[in-house]
Structure formats: structure tokens, C-alpha cells
Design a protein around this ligand. Structure first.
Ligand code: ATP
Length: 300
């Protein structure tokens, strides 16, 4: 095989509960990931060395040096296989960069699946999940897709059954937000308020809403402990969230560490109207309708 293409989804966190700051600098999380139909494609082609190039509207914002997560993933896989394999990786980028939608993790997952195939390694999915977890806590979910809860640092994953398709609108913002910076702001705000930070717990009502496919109940139970910190760093996101609610969104939250905002719609038609409403009123310059859950990294 001389070329392999893998499609990988973006994610939104329908629950992101952040526990107290641990001594190792991480937080215990309850992180309910939901894969949505905004995709990157990662193509791996036979080559001597491991290289990356990026196309698509976000290409200018993605590093093409050794810090690119797809390169790091391919290197980790070659190391695991114990040989100096090469691949030219081409990322067709549609997932916003530093947008709180795990785009880099998606590309890492795509590179793992594509190179496993290109190099004929035949490694089982569990091995890719382990290599992925070492690369970043969102990478295993990008491999898995669907809806899943992550605990620990977010990397211990269990799949969650969902009772239907949910329809979303994502309002894209100018410029990204660094995930580390948003966590630091969250810690700062908590320290300033001196309030007790509860141990993160999975929300049973959210589970039920996902299981029954009840969009109204899901909208009412969306939660994100990083939202306050993201809004503190980007106050202009608050009116965007409010505009979505005004347009009938069942729920409106910052996606992960932001600055992308996620709105839950009633159905596909409502999602289309909501997206149009957000852009025509100027509440967002770009709004994309999508659905979830969708599959994780998939060979095309
Ligand atoms: P998360 O939701 O997992 O916290 P994010 O969606 O906010 O992450 P990413 O798009 O994954 O953020 O990018 C974070 C940073 O990682 C970018 O600013 C970029 O410099 C770097 N990066 C490395 N590789 C990639 C890649 N393949 N795609 C996007 N960003 C990458």
C-alpha cells in the first residue's frame, strides 16, 4: 500500500468537571467526550523520513516541525514497532486549531491508524490506544469516537451508550486559546474565591439524557468547569453564548478550553437556522452545523 487516508472527528465535552489541583500539577477530571462531524483527514504516503504538511483553512496555524502531534504520533508508533519507518503525512484540516475541539489529538489518532496500515504493522486497537494515551489525554478518545467518559487525567475511557443523534452548532472564534492557560486561569479564579472545589462526579441526569437521546434534557445538563476561566480570558464569548440561547439553543457552552462555543439544537433544521442566526446577527463570524456521536479515527 503506498497511501492511506484516515478520517478523524472533532470533539465537544458535554460534561467537563475539573477537580482540585493535584500536587503533580494535573487535575482529576470527569470528562464526557462526544465526537462530532467536523473532520480532519490524515493521509500517510510511503517515504524515507517522517514529514508533515497541512492544507485547509487553518493550515497557517499548525506547526509542521517536530512539535506537530501527527509527527510525534508516527514517531512513537515507529519506535513501538522498533524500526525506522518513514511517512509523508498530509493533514487536511477542518477542525479549528486551539479551539477546544481536540484537533491536534485527532491528527495524532489519524496518524497512528494511517501509519499502522501503511507500514503493515497490524497492531491491535488497544496498542494504538496505549501509544495515544502517552501522546496526550484526548488522543485515545479521538481513536475511539462516539461518546465516552474519561476519568483520571481524562485518559481512562469508558464508552457511553447514546440513544440517538444530537444536532450541534459550533461558533468559531478568531484566534485560539491555550489549554494550559485556561487551566491556569481556572486555578487562579478558584484560589481567589477560596471556595471548596468538589470532587468531580459523573452527572446521572446527563447520562440519562444521552442514553435516551433526549436533546432537551441534554441541553439542560451540559456543563463545563473551564467555561468561567475561558470567559475570563475572552469576555466577548459571553454575548455569543447568550445569542445562541436567544436563538433557541437547548444548551450553550464553551467547548472544552474554548474559544469555540457549542450550541445544542432541537434537530438538523434548527441547527441550520441557529447557525444562520448566529452569523447574520454578527454574534459569530463562522458557525458550523454538525451532529454527533460519530465514529473515531476511520480508514477511508
Ligand atoms: P484540546 O481540545 O485537546 O485541549 P485544542 O483543540 O484546544 O486542544 P489543538 O487544535 O489540539 O487545541 O492545538 C493545540 C496546539 O497544538 C496548537 O496551538 C498547535 O500549536 C499545536 N499542534 C501540534 N500539532 C497540531 C496539529 N496537528 N493540529 C493542530 N494543532 C497542533
Amino acid at each position: 500500500m503506498s497511501s492511506v487516508t484516515v478520517r478523524v472527528p472533532a470533539k465537544v465535552n458535554v460534561q467537563l468537571s475539573v477537580g482540585p489541583l493535584r500536587e503533580d500539577g494535573f487535575h482529576d477530571l470527569v470528562n464526557v467526550f462526544h465526537a462530532v462531524s467536523i473532520f480532519d483527514e490524515v493521509t500517510a504516503k510511503e517515504s524515507e523520513a517522517i514529514t508533515v504538511s497541512v492544507s485547509g483553512k487553518w493550515s497557517g496555524q499548525v506547526p509542521v516541525d517536530d512539535s506537530n502531534l501527527a509527527i510525534r504520533a508516527a514517531r512513537a508508533l515507529a519506535k513501538h514497532a522498533g524500526r525506522g519507518y518513514g511517512a509523508d503525512l498530509l493533514i487536511q484540516k477542518d477542525i479549528p486549531v486551539a479551539g477546544g475541539m481536540a484537533g491536534g489529538s485527532a491528527d495524532a489518532a489519524g496518524a497512528l491508524v494511517a501509519c499502522n496500515e501503511l507500514w503493515g504493522l497490524g497492531l491491535p486497537f488497544e496498542d494504538l490506544m496505549e501509544i495515544g494515551a502517552d501522546l496526550g489525554s484526548d488522543v485515545p478518545f479521538s481513536l475511539l469516537g462516539g461518546t465516552a467518559v474519561g476519568t483520571g487525567r481524562g485518559e481512562q475511557l469508558s464508552e457511553l451508550p447514546t440513544g440517538g443523534t444530537f444536532h450541534w452548532v459550533f461558533a468559531l472564534a478568531d484566534g485560539g486559546l491555550s489549554t494550559a492557560r485556561v487551566y491556569a486561569e481556572c486555578d487562579r479564579l478558584r484560589e481567589a474565591s477560596a471556595a471548596e472545589v468538589p470532587w468531580p462526579q459523573l452527572d446521572d441526569s446527563l447520562m440519562e439524557a444521552l442514553g435516551t437521546g433526549d436533546a432537551y434534557a441534554l441541553g439542560a445538563h451540559l456543563s463545563n468547569d473551564l467555561q468561567e476561566a475561558a470567559l475570563s480570558l475572552r469576555p466577548e464569548l459571553a454575548p455569543t453564548l447568550e445569542a445562541g440561547r436567544q436563538h433557541g439553543a437547548l444548551g450553550a457552552i464553551v467547548s472544552g478550553s474554548g474559544p469555540t462555543c457549542a450550541f445544542l439544537a432541537i434537530d438538523a433544521l434548527h441547527a441550520r437556522d441557529l447557525a444562520r442566526g448566529l452569523t447574520t446577527t454578527g454574534a459569530a463570524h463562522t458557525a458550523v452545523a454538525a451532529h454527533g456521536p460519530v465514529a473515531g479515527a476511520t480508514l477511508l
